[in-house]
Write a protein that binds this ligand. Structure first.
Ligand SMILES: NC(=O)c1ccc[n+]([C@@H]2O[C@H](COP(=O)([O-])OP(=O)(O)OC[C@H]3O[C@@H](n4cnc5c(N)ncnc54)[C@H](OP(=O)(O)O)[C@@H]3O)[C@@H](O)[C@H]2O)c1
Length: 234
């Protein structure tokens, strides 16, 4: 898909990766609409993307998720791509995590992204793309992050089924499994404190991976570091 001129909705555009993605797509001359929860951050990213159309939603309101997607599509008579960068984590032993926290994690990391992308299915035509950020926790669930790992895995399974449903329609479905990224995501956990984490991927690298996946890739996309230059020290 040519990003130049593409009509793209970024949901979770108030977050670090989502806002970076929206700005990156705007720089590549895509027509960007932004959706998010925090009103002030949403207004800021809309300004940074050349007064982009902006839509509020809360992950707890699936009807509001769908309404944001439909409103963006109405503006332009359809969408070429939707990227979902919504998420929240929690830390703690599986046996000790509160049921309300588990429900919150499933709502934000799985049910809301599904509601956003479900609403987008009839609005994105052949050649278009539907993408969501999951994480390496899908490949290797992490102790003390069981509910987050399970919620991202639920989203990944749903994306895999959707990808096969939409193959004949020519719509790409992309699951971007990012490794740990150097944003303050872990510090915004709903409960618990993060373990000592290794240095994360620079957000700019994560954003480029998501943008390129949205433009060209299908299925599971993992970040790959560039190969060292020939003759470089190993
Ligand atoms: N950072 C990492 O290490 C990492 C690694 C792998 C995957 N990921 C995934 O990458 C995505 C973006 O993460 P990030 O690092 O950019 O973190 P972030 O800055 O905390 O962004 C999280 C986003 O989720 C939104 N969100 C959270 N709760 C919400 C709710 N109840 N309703 C609506 N929106 C809600 C936030 O919206 P508001 O700001 O408007 O509240 C924000 O846009 C997430 O899906 C995360 O799981 C992150």
């Amino acid at each position: 898909m040519e990003l130049n001129g593409a009509r793209v909705l970024v949901a979770g555009a108030t977050g670090e990766i989502g806002s970076g993605l929206a700005r990156d797509l705007h720089r590549r001359d895509a027509r960007v609409a932004v959706a998010g929860r925090d009103r002030a951050r949403l207004a800021r990213v809309a300004r940074e993307c050349g007064a982009a159309p902006a839509f509020g939603f809360d992950a707890y309101r699936p009807d509001g998720c769908a309404a944001a997607v439909r409103a963006a599509a109405r503006l332009w008579g359809g969408l070429d791509a939707v990227a979902v960068c919504v998420g929240v984590t929690a830390f703690g032993a599986a046996a000790e995590v509160d049921d309300a926290v588990a429900e919150h994690l499933l709502s934000v990391n799985a049910l809301a992204p599904m509601a956003l992308l479900r609403a987008a299915v009839p609005l994105v035509g052949r050649g278009g793309a539907l993408a969501a950020v999951t994480g390496v926790v899908v490949d290797r669930p992490v102790p003390r992050m069981a509910d987050y790992s399970a919620a991202k895995s639920a989203l990944a399974a749903w994306l895999d089924a959707l990808r096969r449903e939409l193959r004949a329609a020519g719509v790409r479905v992309v699951d971007v499994r990012l490794p740990h990224v150097a944003t303050a995501f872990a510090d915004r956990a709903v409960t618990g404190s993060p373990p000592r984490l290794p240095p994360g991927l620079p957000p700019s690298d994560a954003i480029r991976t998501v943008a390129e996946a949205l433009a060209h890739k299908e299925g599971v996309v993992r970040h790959t570091s560039p190969a060292p230059a020939a003759g470089a020290a190993r």
